[in-house]
Design a protein around this ligand. Structure first.
Ligand code: CA
Length: 235
């Protein structure tokens, strides 16, 4: 069965561009022109993914995202936010409201399609019997062993927790503050830049000379796991 994507956007030209490309890629596409319409469309049938514009008449994209995250039956829908707002604070706000990822307008169709595929891949958390796997990396949560393509990897406790957190929701972009809360804990005061230091260590440990870097740095926002090739990233 085709996967269904709901596009929430009030600009017809953008809707048509998205519809054309998504249908060509084999998706079923539904569209809603404002936030209220989006919420009632989601209530009628949960889509596999939501592409949500931030700037909508009446109810904003942020508010739509919040409401979707509040209900158990819609909480897990992957949400890709479209935003014309480029400041760091706005990006982080988008992630804080529960969006999984965002693409800034004007967007490249190739990049947007790559983000859509990445989010759909992550929709099923890959935890089987205490094991997390992603992009050839395997984490055994019981024995605390990590390997990549058979090569055993040594991680410090913070890098282990950081990788575990990212591997539990591959594709989802986490802001530095969100990572600090979940990996370090709310009661500890740590500089957001500390996250960068540990990500650097984690990358060094994970990536052999011929390996794809599975950690994506999202400019001005944070980090996510990503199997997208360099070509797709720069497209
Ligand atoms: Ca709009």
């Amino acid at each position: 069965m085709k996967q269904r994507i709901l596009v929430v956007e009030d600009e017809d030209a953008v809707v048509e561009l998205l519809r054309y490309n998504l249908e060509k890629a084999g998706f079923d596409v539904a569209a809603a022109g404002d936030g209220e319409e989006a919420l009632s469309a989601v209530a009628d049938g949960v889509p596999d993914l939501l592409i949500l514009d931030w700037m909508l008449p009446h109810v904003s994209g942020i508010e739509v995202c919040r409401q979707i995250r509040r209900k158990p039956e819609t909480r897990d829908i992957p949400v890709l936010m479209l935003t014309a707002r480029g400041s760091e604070a706005d990006r982080v706000r988008g992630l804080d409201c529960g969006a999984d990822d965002y693409v800034a307008k004007p967007f490249s169709t190739n990049e947007l399609m790559a983000r859509v595929r990445a989010l759909l891949r992550r929709a099923k958390p890959a935890e089987i019997a205490g094991k997390l796997t992603f992009g050839g990396v395997e984490m055994d949560l019981g024995s605390h062993r990590v390997s990549r393509a058979g090569r055993s990897i040594h991680l410090g406790p913070t890098e282990f927790r950081l990788l575990k957190h990212l591997m539990e929701r591959p594709g989802r972009v986490f802001s530095r503050e969100q990572l600090l809360d979940s990996v370090w804990g709310r009661d500890i005061y740590v500089e957001p830049r500390t996250v960068d230091v540990h990500v650097r260590r984690l990358r060094k440990a994970l990536n052999g000379p011929d390996d794809l870097d599975i950690i994506r740095t999202v400019r001005a926002a944070g980090y996510s796991l990503d199997e997208t090739t360099e070509e797709e990233k720069s497209a």
